[in-house]
Design a protein around this ligand. Sequence first.
Ligand SMILES: [Zn+2]
Length: 84
Amino acid sequence: MGSWKTKLRANDLPENCKLEASCRKCGHVRYLSQSYLVAERGAGHLYIDQIENRSRCQVLGCGGGMRLAMMHGGQTSGFVGGMA
Ligand SMILES: [Zn+2]
């Protein structure tokens, strides 16, 4: 369950990849692009589960933990596809 999160770092994700972060508490959803994680969060060296553990819901007064999921964009194998 979620083992890819402990094997992949943000740097390992394709640049056009997006992760869906959903709040475990209030259900708020936001999308984190790979470039956002690497460039703005400086999280390229972090494994996805570490990023997940650090993510907090930004809804005022919530601050719940986030759950990250890969956005597949219609592709199942994911990592090399969609570069065209
Ligand atoms: Zn929340």
